[in-house]
Design a protein around this ligand. Structure first.
Ligand code: ZN
Ligand code: ZN
Length: 165
């Protein structure tokens, strides 16, 4: 992730205007979770700059992505998610809460494919799908509760039967 000074430098190199809004949006990206939606970035920026619109934040994030200042995580998500980390890395995606966690595993950066009919590959990103520890813990509690509930039903059933002559 770039510092704010590096961000300004990068914008200048790329011939982009460095505006107060753009700096605020980049600062918000630095403050946000790893892979925020435009709405999450918007809610941070709005605190310092209430006049900003979601459309402006979204457009600015798209411009940052075009200029490779950030990247976009799009697979599987209906909402675009933005990634301030532009170094090669991979993702763990929780299929329950849609949390995205970075994976930095050098071995995964050394994969190669045999000839692909002239397709020139410029990069790849691996997405591991599953359930995060938070959701897994909730799932275990839910399963335990379900089991308790089914035990209670069995108990009631037996109790009723015992009462009947
Ligand atoms: Zn989760
Ligand atoms: Zn990432």
């Amino acid at each position: 992730m770039l510092t704010v000074a590096q961000f300004i430098e990068r914008c200048r190199e790329r011939g982009m205007n460095v505006t107060y809004q753009r700096i605020l949006i980049y600062k918000a990206l630095r403050k946000s979770d790893n892979h925020p939606t435009a709405e999450e970035v918007f809610s941070i920026v709005k605190k310092e700059y209430p006049a900003i619109s979601l459309a402006t934040v979204y457009k600015t994030l798209e411009i940052f992505a075009e200029h490779k200042i950030i990247s976009k995580v799009t697979q599987l998500h209906d909402l675009a998610r933005f990634d301030r980390n532009t170094a090669p890395h991979h993702h763990l995606v929780c299929m329950h809460c849609r949390k995205i966690i970075d994976v930095h595993e050098p071995d995964l950066n050394r994969l190669s494919l045999p000839e692909q009919n002239g397709f020139k590959i410029s990069g790849y990103r691996i997405q591991f799908e599953g359930i995060c520890p938070d959701c897994d813990a909730l799932e275990q509690i839910r399963l335990a509760e379900e089991e308790e509930a089914s035990k209670a039903v069995t108990f009631c059933g037996k109790y009723k039967n015992a009462e009947q002559p």
